[in-house]
Each structure stands twice: as C-alpha cells, then as structure tokens.
Ligand binder design. Structure first.
Ligand code: SF4
Length: 115
C-alpha cells in the first residue's frame, strides 16, 4: 500500500478542511498537522506526522519531506520548527548503513507495539 493512497489523502484532506486551514499558509495552525496520518513505507503501518517529527528523538525522520510534501507545506513547517543546526543534522548527515537502519526500524516497531 502506498503512503499516498486515496484513503490517506481523502482522510487528511477532510481533517484540513475541518480545521479550516489553508494548506499553503497559516503557520500558526500548523501544529495541528501533527494529527494527520499516512502509511509509513518503512514501518508498514499508519503513523501520524507527530511520530515522523520525533522519529529520531529530537529530530524528524530524514524522509519527512518526501513523505509529507503532497499533504501540506512541510518544508515551511520545519523551517519554523527546527533551528538551522537541527535541519542540518536532520537532512545533511550521510545515510546510515542498512544494518543500522534495520535495527532502528525493529526498535521503532517494538516501541509502537508497546505503546
Ligand atoms: S517520514 Fe519517516 S517515519 Fe514518517 S512515514 Fe515517512 S518514512 Fe515513515
């Protein structure tokens, strides 16, 4: 299942309409984007944008722009939310090797099942 399946897009669109938000602006209300959900291509289940924002503790998942850019101006949101140093650590660090990534995903799945 793709993270951009119509069910996710329709559900998120309804939430945005319910919030009376203009997806291209209204930075003050952007915190409410955190309740939106998509199917995570890494974990294989539904996750909220709030989860993606803290996927690495104090940092968002490095794929956050790719996964969310079709739903709202996520880049603008992150410019407001993160410092330049945090954005650098999030998006400019070299990718981890596959084994480390697999262990991180396993740990993330374990945490989700406990919570
Ligand atoms: S941003 Fe990361 S955690 Fe969130 S849906 Fe995409 S891959 Fe999954």
């Amino acid at each position: 299942m793709s993270p951009f399946e119509p069910s996710n897009a329709q559900s998120n669109h309804k939430k945005l309409v319910a919030l009376n938000m203009n997806p291209d602006s209204d930075i003050k209300k952007m915190k409410q984007y955190e309740d939106l959900e998509i199917r995570c291509p890494r974990l294989g289940g539904q996750v909220t944008f709030a989860y993606c924002l803290h996927e690495r503790g104090d940092l968002p998942c490095p794929r956050v722009l790719t996964c969310w850019q079709t739903f709202f101006p996520v880049e603008t949101y992150l410019k407001e939310k993160l410092t330049p140093e945090e954005r650098g650590r999030c998006f400019n660090e070299p990718p981890k090797d596959k084994i480390s990534t697999i262990f991180e995903i396993v740990e993330a799945v374990k945490k989700r099942k406990k919570g």
